[in-house]
Design a protein around this ligand. Structure first.
Ligand code: FAD
Length: 486
């Protein structure tokens, strides 16, 4: 029986696990979180069930079916709180998956290593926030953090909130905030209406092939109307103000390249700001495995895959946001294709046709998002020399500029080592792409090149190193790891 390890239990990973099981493979599904569902189906823990969990989720019943099927399946081993901290390549198979089991800040965590026949990478994305003066004040959060609080805890991030950035994700963030009793003062999309329309409107008949997505979007627009939330295009939060926490933001009209237009600034009183400028794929494990990357028109890099979702590395497949930011439906389809291929069973001709057609349709949706909402270069004019760029290491924009001028270096690695930008606790997850873009280095290096993908203590690295290598997937689970409670 083939052994498939799926890393990530969001829509892509869940679909991959199910598809691999349907083709007879033994599956180990790993996720660093304590709940299945990934970012899209982030939910309250079973111990504190919500009365109507589905209210904040789309396709909630589809998730419940997927989850129940996997939990009841004895040949699908689910390890939560399972942090894959490295993926070592092996010339003869998919690689060695190194995992530490236990809560992120827990003691006594245990290391295991898996040596599967195939790996499906489904590690998703982080949400991206571009810096601006004051973005490091308490109360300025990413849209994803606001969603996590709303969906995972039913808490609003503030009482009077501005939502700003770019992309359709701003709408569910505003909806969730309104449903958790925050007053959303406005949603500000940086792209001008002309660009948004030019991205979304061509070949409108193709949109009709994604009725669920259209219904989802219509639902968000309905929510804006119902909760009386103003939506403005061509406007950006260019600074935040406050002493101990955010008290106000400045919103300015921006030109098509996102440069603020002088004289249009407006100050708005808030106690929280949610910012989202799209998503950055979590590439660390893919890069560690040696997978080839490709650049999207927006400049963002993704894992290159073939029609089976196979990467350039033998036995390693990728699905979901890692291969392009396309939303949960695309992640589900790609996960299904990857899981089937990883199991070695493949798909029947008709299954393949259906899956490929769906993938093309949802990928078209993703291309529209890219065309309508991707980041424009003028955002750098929001910065002043004092603006913090790397929050972990307190590196300011002025220091980055000076280091570049003084050293004349065009190497990302050497400039990172000189300034320490991107080398702090978050390992560049917050500022990595920003640092890459501000330094506009010559090399193709990415800040995602990290041999250790997740924080792991030196003590954990030092102990169990021998036994960790040969963990048998059929053995009992080590203590502290967990199969999610049915
Ligand atoms: C913060 C955030 C909030 C979002 N909220 C919404 C929303 O409300 N509505 C909406 O339509 N879309 C939302 N999106 C986008 C949506 O979540 C994605 O389109 C969809 O979830 C993609 O599915 P995926 O399976 O590719 O990734 P994800 O759902 O992100 O799943 C990836 C999983 O991989 C796990 N993982 C990553 N690295 C490791 C590792 N090294 N070891 C172990 N596990 C690992 C993560 O814990 C995660 O559970 C959000 C995205 C983000 C980043």
């Amino acid at each position: 029986m083939r052994h498939v390890v799926v890393i990530g239990a969001g829509p892509a990973g869940l679909a991959a696990a199910r598809a691999a099981r349907m083709r007879g493979a033994r599956v180990t599904l790993l996720d660093s979180s304590d709940r299945l569902g990934g970012q899209y189906w982030r939910h309250l823990p079973d111990a504190r069930p919500a009365e109507n969990e589905g209210a904040l989720h789309h396709e909630w019943s589809a998730f419940q079916r997927l989850r129940a099927g996997l939990l009841e399946d004895g040949d699908c081993r689910i390890l939560m709180n399972a942090h894959v901290w490295s993926l070592e390549s092996r010339h003869d198979a998919a690689g060695i998956v190194n995992v530490v089991l236990g809560p992120p800040d827990g003691v006594g965590r245990e290391r295991i290593a898996l040596t599967p026949d195939a790996v499906v990478l489904a590690t998703g994305a982080h949400d991206r926030m571009l810096p601006f003066p004051g973005w490091d004040l308490p109360g300025v959060v990413t849209g994803g953090a606001a969603q996590a609080f709303a969906k995972g805890e039913r808490l609003a991030i503030g009482r009077r909130v501005v939502v700003a950035g770019a992309g359709p994700f701003l709408l569910p963030v505003a909806s969730s905030l309104a449903r958790t009793n925050a007053k959303v003062v406005g949603v500000f999309e940086a792209n001008r209406l002309r660009r948004v329309a030019a991205g979304w409107l061509p070949r409108p008949w193709q949109l009709l092939r994604t009725p669920a997505k259209i219904a989802e979007l219509a639902g968000y627009v309905g929510g804006q109307v119902r909760f009386g939330i103003p939506y403005r295009t061509g406007r950006a939060v260019v600074s935040a103000h406050g002493i101990d926490r955010v008290e106000a933001v400045t919103v300015a009209v921006v030109d098509p390249e996102w440069r603020p237009i002088a004289g249009t600034e407006k100050r708005i009183a808030v106690d929280a700001v949610c910012i989202s400028h799209g998503f950055t794929p979590r590439l660390e494990l893919a890069v560690a495995a040696g997978c080839r990357l490709i650049s999207a028109p927006s400049g963002e890099r993704f894992v290159e895959v073939d029609s089976d979702q196979h990467t350039s590395v033998r036995g390693v497949y990728a699905a979901g946001e890692l291969t392009g930011i396309g939303g949960a439906d695309l992640a589900l389809v790609e996960g299904g294709i990857a899981g089937a291929a990883a199991a070695g069973g493949g798909m029947s001709a008709s299954e393949r046709r259906t899956a490929s057609r769906k993938r093309a349709v949802y990928a078209g949706f993703a291309q529209r998002i890219d065309a309508a909402h991707s980041i424009r270069p003028g955002w750098t004019s929001w910065l002043d020399d004092d603006t913090i760029i790397c929050r972990c290491e307190s590196v300011r924009f002025g220091a980055l500029r000076e280091a570049r001028a003084a050293t004349g270096s065009r190497s990302l690695r050497s400039l990172k080592l000189t300034t320490r930008a991107g080398l702090g606790m978050c390992q560049g997850r917050v500022c990595g792409r920003t640092v890459e873009q501000l330094l506009s280095t010559d090399d193709t290096a990415v800040t995602d090149r990290r041999p250790i993908a997740m924080p792991i203590r030196l003590g954990e690295l030092a102990t169990n190193a021998g036994s960790a290598r040969s963990h048998d997937p059929n053995e009992c689970l080590p203590q502290g790891s967990g199969r999610e409670e049915p």
